[in-house]
Write a protein that binds this ligand. Structure first.
Ligand code: HEC
Ligand code: HEC
Ligand code: HEC
Ligand code: HEC
Ligand code: HEC
Ligand code: HEC
Length: 438
């Protein structure tokens, strides 16, 4: 027996004996489901479909529990220990490496296996209820609509002027040679010439009410719908992107963590857009040839073209020397005079992406969910409770609040209408101009 392998089994046996949970503790599929989701196994695996890794249903029949524990916790070490099945599997998947999950205890891995074992098989494809978050997203920047309105107004004025010029010219011509221009009805009013007979003979008062309503009602509706405050506000903006990348698929169905791609969101001001190399972690392998009769998906080809990558080339020569960056269309964009910081909100404020960006994981095409106006920032700073007790960032504020409450000084401001403690970013200076403006 290979010495490394011997060492491995010795350690595994020790582990099994020293940790009674391994064999005895009741398995919980429910716990397993949570772990499966929390560790994003689903970003590479599905139960009934091969994605980046194998379909996992029935895996407990192909592999022993010890094997599964060793594989999931550290497949690299396991392969290096010389396990033939592990190495064979790795080769089958073209060296696409699975992550290391040493954070999981053996008992937790077995809970995941229990979940896989007991998860219900998919129902026969029922009617698919697609949540189309982009349905009414197709209003482009509203200010273009105002430009259109102004153009229509200018055009109408030009038309009226031209009409007047024409009548004047006609008058002059008629004076010169009256026989060519039979006189028009002298009693006919100016406006009557533009209207069909039936309307032209109406009582002028009734007519003007009629016309006012006909133009006024749609205009009022329009003004209400695209109220003037929305000029320049890009809420709902959902431009077409150069690659048909879908958050609904990647962040929703495949359940890939937002931070896998927007990797700087916890450390910096900006959330960042991923480099195409991040896509290649999967799309070197995922080419969807089944879907396109043996051809590589045209959308995936765009990734390859941008990286100057040739999937047919010899190993080591796949990447050419002429990459061209993909120009994603920027959606969210605050004016330069406003300062916004992601890490402050996501790490210190513990806010979910969705509280500002909406259900991105259901959007086929990303759209701007919030107005990003100043009032939106301030409202949330006035109304969101923050957990000052468990965060050093708020130590000073917390001390002051405790003292105020003890001395019975302005203490009511620290409590919400329901009588529970409520401290907001606004109390921490979150509505001071200088916090958001340079
Ligand atoms: C980054 C992608 C990725 C993630 C995340 C991932 N896996 Fe894997 N997994 C793979 C790949 C790829 C393989 C196939 C072997 C290889 O190439 O390493 C695999 C193989 C497996 C196998 C062996 C299947 C078989 O048929 O023998 C199991 C079990 C497994 N993964 C479970 C998990 C669990 C549980 C999680 C979450 C804790 C997880 N994987 C997360 C990519 C991933
Ligand atoms: C597989 C990678 C990937 C994952 C996972 C992912 N994104 Fe994205 N995201 C992108 C790419 C690429 C773009 C740029 C193209 C686009 O707008 O669709 C983007 C764009 C965005 C934008 C718009 C950026 C702008 O231009 O203003 C937001 C907001 C966003 N993602 C939020 C999220 C959230 C929230 C999640 C998790 C629920 C998430 N993303 C998960 C890759 C990803
Ligand atoms: C963790 C793995 C993973 C990552 C990272 C990833 N994808 Fe995907 N992507 C997939 C899988 C799996 C599918 C196919 C799902 C299916 O079976 O339909 C897919 C499908 C697609 C499709 C649909 C192709 C078609 O023709 O239907 C596009 C486009 C795409 N991905 C673009 C991207 C881009 C761009 C990035 C990087 C910003 C990216 N993906 C990152 C796993 C990934
Ligand atoms: C408190 C509200 C808020 C939260 C929470 C939030 N964002 Fe944002 N996000 C914004 C604003 C505002 C912008 C526009 C920033 C700018 O233009 O400078 C933005 C822009 C972005 C962009 C475009 C690139 C950039 O950084 O400007 C991406 C991608 C993004 N957010 C992803 C995320 C992800 C992923 C999360 C969760 C981990 C998240 N956001 C959480 C408000 C938020
Ligand atoms: C969904 C709620 C929410 C929205 C929307 C929001 N914020 Fe915040 N903001 C918070 C929370 C919670 C904190 C407290 C976390 C902290 O102190 O860092 C915070 C803190 C801040 C701080 C730090 C204040 C301090 O304590 O020093 C700044 C600056 C800030 N936000 C700017 C903005 C700007 C600019 C916008 C709008 C573009 C915005 N925020 C939108 C919830 C929000
Ligand atoms: C929580 C963050 C925040 C605070 C606090 C804040 N602002 Fe703003 N302010 C913004 C954002 C974001 C914008 C850009 C969005 C917009 O135009 O509505 C903005 C825009 C503005 C504008 C330009 C308006 C326009 O229509 O372009 C002025 C002027 C302004 N702020 C003044 C102030 C003053 C004065 C204060 C203090 C009383 C203040 N702001 C406090 C976030 C903030």
């Amino acid at each position: 027996m290979n010495i490394n392998r011997f060492k491995f089994w010795a350690v595994a046996a020790l582990f099994a004996f020293s940790s009674p949970t391994f064999a005895e503790e009741a398995r919980s599929a429910e716990e397993g489901k949570k772990l499966y989701e929390a560790n994003n196994c689903g970003s590479c695996h599905a139960l009934d479909k091969k994605l980046v890794g194998p379909a996992l249903r029935g895996v407990h029949e192909r592999r022993s529990e010890e094997w599964l524990v060793s594989w999931v916790r550290n497949n690299k070490k396991f392969r290096e220990s010389g396990d033939p099945d592990a190495n064979k599997l790795y080769q089958e998947y073209g060296g696409a490496a699975m992550n290391i999950f040493e954070n999981l205890t053996p008992a937790q891995v077995l809970n995941i296996v229990e979940y896989i074992k007991t998860a219900p098989a998919p129902a026969a494809a029922g009617p698919k209820v697609a949540v189309d978050a982009t349905a009414d997203a197709d209003k482009s920047d509203p200010s273009t609509k105002y430009i259109l309105l102004i153009l229509v107004a200018v055009f109408s004025i030009v038309l009226v002027v031209l009409a007047r010029v024409k009548t004047t010219l006609r008058k002059i011509a008629a004076e010169k040679s009256p026989e060519d221009y039979p006189t028009v009805d002298a009693n006919r009013k100016f406006y009557q010439r533009f209207l069909p007979k039936s309307l032209a003979n109406m009582n002028p008062v009734v007519l003007s009410i009629f016309i006012t309503l006909a133009i006024g009602l749609p205009a009022a509706w329009y003004g209400y719908k695209f109220s003037i405050t929305e000029v320049g506000v890009q809420k709902g903006y959902a431009p077409k992107q150069p690659i048909a990348f879908s958050h609904k698929l990647h962040a929703g169905e495949l359940n890939i963590d937002c931070k896998y791609c927007h990797s700087t969101v916890e450390e910096s001001k900006s959330a960042s857009i991923p480099a195409l190399n991040t896509c290649m972690n999967c799309h070197k392998g995922v080419q969807l040839t089944d879907k396109y009769n043996g051809e590589i998906s045209p959308e995936i080809k765009k990734i390859y073209a941008a990286l100057d990558y040739d999937p047919e080339a010899l190993p080591g020569k796949e990447f050419g020397s002429n990459p061209k960056p993909i120009r994603w269309v920027r959606i969210h964009n605050l004016p330069d005079h406003a300062y916004f910081n992601h890490s402050q909100h996501v790490v210190v404020g513990k806010l979910q992406c969705g509280s500002c960006h909406g259900p991105i994981e259901k959007m086929e095409v990303v759209q701007q969910w919030s107005t990003l106006q100043m009032g939106w920032c301030i409202d949330c700073h006035r109304n969101t409770g923050i957990d000052v007790a468990n965060n050093n960032y708020y130590a000073a504020l917390h001390t002051k609040a405790k003292k105020d409450v003890k001395d019975n000084e302005n203490h009511s401001k620290y409590f919400g209408p329901d009588g529970n403690v409520k401290i907001t970013p606004a109390m921490n200076g979150g509505i001071e101009c200088a916090k958001c403006h340079y």
